[in-house]
Design a binder for this molecule. Structure first.
Ligand SMILES: Cc1cc2nc3c(=O)[nH]c(=O)nc-3n(C[C@H](O)[C@H](O)[C@H](O)COP(=O)(O)OP(=O)(O)OC[C@H]3O[C@@H](n4cnc5c(N)ncnc54)[C@H](O)[C@@H]3O)c2cc1C
Length: 666
């Protein structure tokens, strides 16, 4: 009997992990990627991957703590069973990577070296210098190449996914893709299709993501009927180097290795930073969040940096920036020690800024970095462990049968805010659990094997995409796709990032409609039929406009503050009273409001494509919070202890559940 065949789109960490796993399970894999798999965006990941380890266990850390940090970090918007399962797997995933040859840094005794990342008090992040993503990607690539030699995996690099193929029952039967050199369009039949196509940072023009992260593949699946979940949750990383072409990340690892964020205490003090004395420095994160300090989660650090610059404390007279200080004077750590642990990050700053960050503090500012939202995927909870029933074909399957999504392309693991170093973990984890999920799915295929599907379905879909591509190639209107993209990026960055206001979001939707209209009048500067990059970019621009609308509509409708989504008009003011009775009263009011907010908004946004329109149909579904009850997310903010106290006393049952029925969706 012929092997069953699965098509995987994307050769980043998620796609390679799935390919390796399926090949081991005797499945035939077609692996399609727009770029050589070793140039997938995962190669850029710097700081590390999270797992409970020997060192943290000795301090009382457990997989449950990792799970708790992840859902608290995501402000309880993440379905808990998949997150729990992921955290339980983390130590094994790191062991596996170690065995596959990832050169993790080690301590003098030979243990894995660890560093702290944001949103946890434990040093739970293992790393390979400052190129963890690259090392993990290359290790998985070696495994995939081994299976390629065996003929179990066939790689198609420089092929672009154009859309899934659905049969008349709505079951996914593979996809259509285009050779980016010859522009040949062809069908790839499959018993299942997995999208592992990464994030969509380019919707914001400039971001820390690679130039292929347009979200185009996700948008094409969305147009074919896959729901897009929590689109409005986009992570803005606190520390990046602003640049004319893109924004370059300075990893959280810099703060994990003791880097400190500060501004001069006096507004407008523009003396060189090394001339500013210690008592004249305002370490605002450390002062406001004494427990977590510089390693509060990203959404909080980003908002604080934004706010301090708006208050007039920017360290750069012509733009917004704060200092991130790795000098020995601030950290107490010798330069040669930091050079060994943070080499690549330091080089990036020196290369683009001409300054050695170990000699002078870096100037940094937040940048769009990660999409928590993505294709909606299902899961099945294990009734005993509370994690996943691994053999369930529902795991990672979208609402289109036979179409799965993994990695940054899905929405499953990070809720309203991703914790640093949890993404590499979620990518490898979701890739590996494709093994048992697909074993079950392929064992009971809806509608039978793809071999029984009439060939005309594939011919029709190929012809449809060919026609669309030929239409696009002929476009010769006056508008320029790159200019529209620049305007799109500026619009989204201005109105749909750190601080969101309903009037500006409405205005953004109007502007998006105008950009869409201009997009219809685009002309291609290249009409050639060989390696036509303008063609691919213009196609992706149409997709980005669609996703921008999903993101903005979701943000407009969600009238609350949660994780990365912050609307000042919905913020609940922190207690400020002097007298303890009054403070307690205010804290109670705060908790009541927070509880009401959860009743109304602790739910997943689902966007469905409306054929012929950019406007999504929005519905909501409950979040599974059955394992850890939601609680106020204060991160030890100075003065907010009273909120935690009142919540514990009056808003939870002795078992830790929310006190009033329905306080949290389950
Ligand atoms: C600068 C930076 C540093 C980071 N550092 C860390 C870190 O230290 N730790 C951590 O946990 N996370 C980190 N992240 C996040 C993490 O790197 C990503 O979330 C993760 O690598 C995504 O992996 P992926 O497999 O989902 O997708 P990617 O690695 O982005 O791969 C996507 C794949 O899909 C393919 N593809 C896309 N569209 C198409 C199409 N239309 N047709 C065909 N192929 C297509 C691409 O060619 C590629 O192979 C970082 C992110 C950035 C931006």
């Amino acid at each position: 009997m012929a092997r069953q065949r699965v098509v995987i789109i994307g050769g980043g960490l998620a796609g390679l992990a799935a390919a390796m796993q399926l090949a081991e399970d005797d499945v035939q894999v077609d692996l399609i990627s727009m770029v050589p798999v070793k140039r997938s965006h995962s190669v850029c990941a710097q700081g590390g991957i999270n797992c409970v380890n020997k060192f943290t266990r000795a301090q009382g850390d457990t997989e449950w703590n990792h799970f708790d940090d992840s859902v608290y970090g995501g402000e309880f918007l993440n379905n808990q069973p998949p997150v729990k399962e992921m955290c339980d797997w983390a130590p094994r995933i790191v062991d596996l990577s170690d065995r596959l040859g990832v050169p993790f840094n080690r301590s003098g005794e030979g243990n894995l070296a660890v560093r702290r990342f944001g949103g946890t008090l434990f040093k739970r992040t293992v790393y390979a210098g400052a190129s963890t993503g690259q090392q993990l990607l290359y290790a998985l690539d070696e495994q995939v190449r081994r299976w390629e030699v065996e003929g179990r995996i066939q790689k198609y690099e420089f092929w672009e996914f154009l859309g899934p193929i659905l049969d008349d029952q709505g079951v996914c039967r593979g996809c259509v893709a285009q050779d980016m050199f010859s522009l040949e369009v062809r069908a790839f039949p499959g018993d299942a299709l997995i999208l592992a196509t990464g994030g969509c940072g380019l919707v914001y023009g400039k971001s820390t993501m690679s130039m292929v992260c347009t979200g185009g593949a996700n948008a094409r699946a969305y147009k074919a009927g896959v729901s897009y979940a929590n689109g409005e949750f986009v992570q803005v990383h606190p520390t990046a180097i602003p640049g004319a072409d893109k924004l370059r990340l300075i990893s959280e690892a810099a703060r994990g290795e003791s880097g400190r964020v500060w501004v001069p205490r006096n507004k407008g003090d523009h003396r060189p930073p090394n001339q500013i004395a210690e008592h004249e420095r305002y370490y605002f994160l450390e002062e406001r969040y004494p427990t977590y300090g510089n390693l509060v989660p990203r959404d909080i650090a980003t908002r604080e940096i934004f706010a301090i610059c708006k208050e007039g404390y920017s360290v750069n007279p012509s733009t917004f920036a704060v200092y991130l200080d790795l000098t020995e004077r601030a950290t107490g750590i010798k330069a040669h020690v930091l050079r060994k642990k943070l080499g690549n990050i330091l080089e990036i700053y020196e290369k683009f800024r001409g300054v050695d960050p170990l000699m002078e503090p870096m100037q940094i500012f937040p940048a769009v970095h990660y999409s928590m939202g993505g294709l909606w995927v299902d899961f099945e909870k294990h009734s005993q462990t509370g994690g996943l029933r691994l053999e369930s074909p529902r795991n990672q399957q979208t609402n289109v049968p036979g179409l799965f999504a993994i990695g940054e392309a899905d929405y499953q693991y990070h809720g309203a805010n991703r914790l640093g170093a949890n993404s590499l973990l979620s990518c490898v984890f979701a890739g590996l659990i494709m093994g048992p999920a697909l074993r079950s799915f392929l064992g009971n295929l809806p509608g039978g094997s793809v071999d029984q599907v009439p060939g005309r379905l594939f011919e029709q879909e190929t012809a449809r995409h060919k026609q669309e591509f030929e239409g696009l190639l002929k476009k010769d209107g006056p508008e320029n796709a790159y200019e529209i993209h620049r305007e799109l990026g500026e619009l989204m960055t201005r109105n749909v990032t750190v601080v969101r206001r309903n009037d500006e979001l409405r205005q953004t939707l109007d502007e998006l409609a105008k950009l869409r209209e201009r997009f219809g009048r685009c002309g291609l500067s290249d009409h050639g039929t060989w390696t036509n990059q303008t063609l691919s970019f213009t196609r992706a621009l149409g997709d980005m406009l669609l996703l921008a609308r999903v993101i903005t509509t979701g943000a407009l409708l969600r009238d609350e503050c949660r994780g990365a989504h912050y609307k000042p008009e919905c913020a609940i003011p922190a207690p400020t009273a002097e007298s303890s009775d009054e403070l307690r009263k205010q804290a109670r009011t705060w908790c009541e409001k927070y509880q009401r907010q959860n009743q109304e908004w602790l739910k997943t946004t689902l966007a469905r494509y409306t054929p012929g329109s950019d406007d999504p149909q929005i519905t909501y579904e409950p979040v599974d919070t059955t394992l850890i009850p939601p609680r106020p997310r204060t991160y030890g903010l100075k003065g907010a202890g009273i909120i935690d106290q009142v919540w514990k006393e009056s808003f939870t049952t002795p078992a830790g559940q929310p006190a009033s029925p329905g306080a949290a969706a389950s």
